[in-house]
Design a protein around this ligand. Structure first.
Ligand code: NAI
Ligand code: MG
Length: 335
C-alpha cells in the first residue's frame, strides 16, 4: 500500500485535488494523508509550509500538490528545494478533438513530446545582486546537475521508445554555461546508446509552433524549460490541461502547472484535467502503468465527448468531469 501526501493548497487547488482523488482512489491501493500549506495556512498558523507538512511529504511515497496562492514561492519552490526535485517533467500531449473544442487554430491534436527541465540550477537559482547602478543574476550550471537531468531525459526516452534526446541550449552565445550543459548532455545521451540532437533555444521556440513533430524528448536548462513548456502547453489546450512532475532521486511531487486561479475559485468550474493528468503521472511513476494509461485515455474520452468545463467551451462542473473520467478509467482497467 502506498502512502501519498496530499497538499491541496489554496483557491482551486482543493477543488481540482478532490477531483483527482475521486479519479484515482479506486485505481490504487493507497493511504492519502492530507496536509496543509499555502496562503490560508499562513494566515491560520503563521507559516505557509509547516514542518509537519514537510515531514509528511518527506516520508511519503509521492506527493500530490494542488496550488498555492501568493505564498507559492514559500511553498512549491521550497518543496522542490527541500526534496531535491531536480527534474521538472512536462508532457505535451494533444488530444483528438481539442482544436475544434477550443476553436484555437494553433492548437494541435497530434503533438506528443515531453519537456525535461532542469529545476534547481541556472538563472532561477536566486544568485542575484546589485552593485552601483547594476543588477545581476549569476547563471551557474554544474556538471553533476547536468548529468542527472540528462540521465532522467534518457530514462524517459527509453520508456517512450524514443531513439533520440534533443538538447535545447544557446551555446553559441553562453559558451561556458550552455557549452557545459550541451557537452555533458551529449556524453550522457551517447553513453546510453541514444541519438543526440540539439537546437538553439530561439530556433526551438519557432519550431515548437511550426513543426512540433521535430521534438520527442527535450532536455533544457531551467529558464528555457520554463518558457518553452508554457509555449508548448498552449499548443495542446493551455493551463487547464497541463500536468507536471517534479522528480528527484528520493522523492517526487506531482502538480498541475496552473496556480490557485482566484478569479474562478469556489465556483465549482475549475478544469480538473490538469490535476487528474498529474495524478496519472504519479501512478505511472509509482509503477502503476495500466492505471495511468487508463486515466490518460479517459481524459481523451472526456475531450472527445465534450464533457469539459467552461474554459474549454463546455458547461460541465469540476466534479461532473471527474465523475466521467473516473467511470471511464475504471471500465478501461476492468476490460
Ligand atoms: P493561474 O494559473 O492561477 O491562473 C491564470 C488564468 O488561468 C486565470 O484566468 C485562471 O482562471 C485560469 N486557470 C488556471 N487554472 C485553471 C483551471 N484549472 N481551470 C480553468 N481555468 C484555469 O495563474 P495566476 O492568475 O497568474 O496566479 C494566481 C495565483 O496562483 C497567484 O497567487 C500565484 O502566486 C499562484 N500560482 C501558484 C502556482 C503553484 O502553486 N504552482 C503556479 C502559478 C501561480
Ligand atoms: Mg512557468
Amino acid at each position: 500500500m502506498y502512502r501519498i501526501a496530499v497538499v491541496p493548497g489554496d483557491g482551486i487547488g482543493p477543488e481540482v485535488i478532490e477531483a483527482a482523488l475521486h479519479v484515482i482512489e479506486p485505481l490504487i491501493d493507497a493511504e492519502f494523508v492530507e496536509c496543509e500549506a499555502g496562503d490560508a495556512c499562513a494566515e491560520r498558523r503563521g507559516d505557509p509550509l509547516p514542518e509537519e507538512t514537510l515531514e509528511t511529504c518527506r516520508e511519503a511515497d509521492a506527493v500530490l500538490f494542488g496550488a498555492a496562492g501568493e505564498t507559492a514561492a514559500d511553498v512549491i519552490v521550497r518543496l522542490r528545494q527541500e526534496l531535491d526535485l531536480y527534474a521538472n517533467i512536462r508532457p505535451v500531449r494533444g488530444f483528438e478533438g481539442l482544436r475544434e473544442l477550443t476553436g484555437e487554430p494553433y492548437v494541435r491534436d497530434d503533438v506528443d513530446l515531453v519537456i525535461v527541465r532542469e529545476n534547481t540550477e541556472g538563472l532561477y537559482a536566486g544568485v542575484e545582486g546589485r552593485f552601483r547602478d547594476a543588477a545581476y543574476t549569476l547563471r551557474v550550471i554544474t556538471e553533476e546537475g547536468t548529468r542527472r537531468i540528462a540521465e532522467i531525459a534518457c530514462d524517459i526516452a527509453e520508456d517512450r521508445g524514443a531513439d533520440a534526446v534533443t538538447c535545447v541550449h544557446k551555446a553559441n552565445v553562453m559558451r561556458e554555461t550552455c557549452g557545459l550543459f550541451r557537452d555533458v548532455c551529449r556524453e550522457v545521451v551517447e553513453d546510453r546508446g541514444l541519438k543526440f540532437e540539439e537546437y538553439y533555444v530561439d530556433a526551438a521556440a519557432m519550431f515548437l509552433i511550426t513543426e512540433p513533430e521535430r521534438f520527442d524528448v527535450v532536455v533544457t536548462p531551467n529558464m528555457f524549460g520554463d518558457i518553452l513548456s508554457d509555449e508548448a502547453a498552449a499548443l495542446v489546450g493551455g493551463l487547464g490541461l497541463a500536468p507536471s512532475a517534479n522528480v528527484g532521486d528520493e522523492h517526487a511531487l506531482f502538480e498541475p502547472v496552473h496556480g490557485s486561479a482566484p478569479d474562478i475559485a469556489g465556483k465549482g468550474i475549475a478544469n480538473p484535467l490538469a490535476a487528474i493528468l498529474s495524478a496519472a503521472m504519479m501512478l505511472e511513476w509509482l509503477g502503476e502503468k495500466e492505471a495511468a494509461e487508463a486515466v490518460w485515455e479517459a481524459v481523451g474520452d472526456a475531450i472527445r465527448e465534450r464533457c469539459v468545463t467552461p474554459d474549454l467551451g463546455g458547461d460541465k462542473r469540476t466534479m461532473e468531469v471527474a465523475e466521467f473520467v473516473r467511470e471511464r478509467a475504471l471500465s478501461r482497467v476492468r476490460s
